[in-house]
Each structure stands twice: as structure tokens, then as C-alpha cells.
Design a binder for this molecule. Sequence first.
Ligand code: 8P5
Length: 451
Amino acid sequence: MPNSATASARFPDGFLWGAATAAHQIEGSPLADGAGPSIWTRFAHTPGMIVNGDTGDIACDHYHRWKQDVALMRELGLKAYRFSTSWSRILPEGTGRVNQAGLDFYSRLVDELLENGIEPLLTLYHWDLPAALDDRGGWLNRDIAQWFAEYGDVLYRALDGRVKKWVTLNEPWVVTDGGYLHGALAPGHRSKYETPIATHNLMRAHGAAVQAYRATGKHEIGLVVNIEPKYPASDSADDAAAVKRAHAYMNEQYLDAALLGRYPPELKDIFGDAWPQWPQEDFDLIRQKLDFIGINYYTRSVTKAAQSYPLDAAVVKQPLGTYTETGWEVFPQGLVDLLVWAKDRYGNIPTYITENGAAFFDPPVAEGGRIRDPLRIDYLQKHLGAIRQAIAAGCDIRGYMVWSLLDNMEWSLGYSKRFGIVHVNYGTQERTPKDSAHYYSKIVASNGASL
Ligand SMILES: N=[N+]=NCCCCNC(=O)[C@@H]1[C@H]2[C@H](O)[C@@H](O)[C@H](O)[C@@H](CO)[C@@H]12
């Protein structure tokens, strides 16, 4: 809990307050103006994959409503906006031919943001791999490192300078754990052998894209990971070992590769014969100097030893805990603990909280257009307090992007979960700022002093 030192702590001048979204979750029109399909276009049109049979065909119609959405960001006083570009809008076949209409969409969006005093943070890959590349093996094909670098280079040359903060990958752990091990996310594979290969090629692609940026880019580039602190359910040795495995698998695996040039030793134990031995030159590619890292934080896991694949660990629900609509425990102390852990392990690299937020059941729009979402306000207040504590503890936190600006397509959960600080009526596409949007707007305007 805050003490006198942390309570008096403040957010540094110039702290970058913003909101985050992702292309496939908000844009809609996935095949408009020459765009090619992504694995999510295919996955969503595969019966049974998405709750209620929802798809990203319309989503928040941001592909047509981008100008009004930037105006909404301006009204909220946001300083920054983190979004992702759709690889298959830019390169419909994933490599080769550039679809100028796709590039023009993002160029117009960036210009509109800048004209409204909002800094763009651009994520190259937020899970929507071109289907044409998946047909060629996708993340299982070592050539994807060059395919990804080529895609990044097209965008760097078109937008660098207007875009000054670039992100290569969003959450490689979710891409592999969801898309290749458990199959809940596109491309829906379930293979302990493919998972480490996808991980390694994602990280090789990250390194290749950073290398390509260094050749032409003049600003900053980083990696975004989701991290989730693991706490033992008991003081037993088995639970401690389960925590060690879970922490290595989710929290250390990707940052160790990118920043230390190696995987944690636990991964060999976890995957056994499915864990390849990689050549050193791969790690020389993966480990590139980064200007910042992005941390996406949602929850913690109280962890016990249990029969499960691949971790032999299970999450223990907390009887007195508060949980969100996605079943994630609200635990802001976990953010403090993990930010300090990252500072100590990786040397206090400049860090942005690139996603933090929660899905709660929101009441219908009340008279006068008000949407009361006190649980989301409480969630944001507690987690912003945690960030202030971490800053007081010496962590170099440079900014915060709330997830999400808009209610949107929550991947396999479709539109059943709402993370937005702005409500979207998917029937009319009307946007209605929730109480949390007005709360956050005051936080931004006061640089956190109103917290
Ligand atoms: N148990 N448990 N663990 C929680 C694990 C969280 C993993 N999911 C994410 O971080 C995704 C991230 C994604 O970028 C965004 O596109 C998603 O919409 C949000 C909300 O889901 C989050």
C-alpha cells in the first residue's frame, strides 16, 4: 500500500498518456481497397472459433470512422495513441506488392493524429498475420524473419519521422501460447513441437525488423510483452517450482531472448524433447539494442503445482479476490512487483505501460448518454497508483496506454467483453464515453495529479 514516500510520488513531466487499440479489433473492412485476408479473417469465418460467430468484418468500423475517432481522442485530451497496422492491408500477399491504398489509410490516420497533437505509437504486428504467409508456414517458416523485416521497412520508409515510436511485436507469448499451443487463437494450432519454433521465429523476426529500422529509422523502436506475476499458492517446494516454470515461460522467455540473447533454462525442462537447440547466430539476430520496452499488464496468477501441459502448474482462484469479466483477478500490486523485477533484471530500460485495463459488465447507456463504470474507474485508479509506486521505486516508466480506447472485438470472445473507456453501440456505431473516459481525461490533463 502507498506510504508517505510513494503517496507523494508523482508522474514525471512529459509522461505519455494515451490509449491503445489494434487493427483487427477495431477497423472492420478487412478486405477493403485491395487488402488481403489475415489469419483472423479466416479464423473468424471458421465456424465455432469465435463466441456468437462474431467476426472482424465490421468491428468498430474504424476503417471509415477514423477521423471521428481521432476527434474523440482529442476531446479526451489524449497525448498519444497506440495502434497497429494490418500487415495484409499493406502487403496483401505478405511480401512483394505494396497496396498503396492500405499505406494511404495509415498515412492519413497518422497525419490526423499529429494535426490533433496526438503522438502515434505504431505496432507492426498485433496478431493478424497475412493468410498468404500462413499458407507458406507463417511463424513456423524461418523465412518469416525477412518477410517481417520487409514489411517493417515499407512502413519505416513511408512513416518514420511522423511516427517516432515503433513496436515490432505485440505479446509474442499470446501469439504462441494461444495460436500454436492451446489453439484458442489464430491460426488455431495445438502442438508442443510447433510452439517453440513459432516463438523463435517471432523473436528472429523482431530482431530482423529492428535491424531494418536501424538502417533507415531515426527514432525509437521496442518490443511489447504481456507479463503476469506468479505467486505460490503455498510455501511448498512443488508450488515454488511451479511458479518458477510459469514465470520463466510467460515473463522471462521473450524479454530474456530480446535483451539478454538467451532463453531461460526452464524452457528446456518445460518442453522437453520439443525444445530445439538454436544456433548462436539466431540469438545474435534476436538480441538488438532496444530504445524501450512495452509492458502489458492485466492480472496476476496465484500458482500451484498441478498436472497440466506444458507447465504442470495451475492458477488458484482467490476466494476474496475481485475478478473482471474475463476472469482475471484485479491485483495492482502485481504491477509494482513486476516492474521492479523487470528493472532489476534488464537494467531499467525505458518502459511504457502499453496496455492496462479491464472488461466489466457495463450498464446500458443511461438517460443523457451517461455510462456508469465504477469498477473500471477503480481498476484504473489502483493500477495508476501502482505505476506511481514503481516510479518512486526507481523504475523508468515513460507512459501509459489504457486498454482500450473503444469497446472492440476481443479476439475469440468476440464482442462479448467490453474493455473500452468509450462504449460502442455495434448496431449504430455510436461512440459514448463512459465515466471512466471522463475520469481518465482528468488524469491526463493533470498528469496524474488528480489520481
Ligand atoms: N489468465 N490470464 N492471463 C491474462 C493473459 C493476458 C493475455 N492477453 C492479453 O494480454 C491481451 C492483450 C492484447 O494485446 C489485446 O489485443 C487484448 O484485447 C487484451 C485483452 O485481452 C490483452
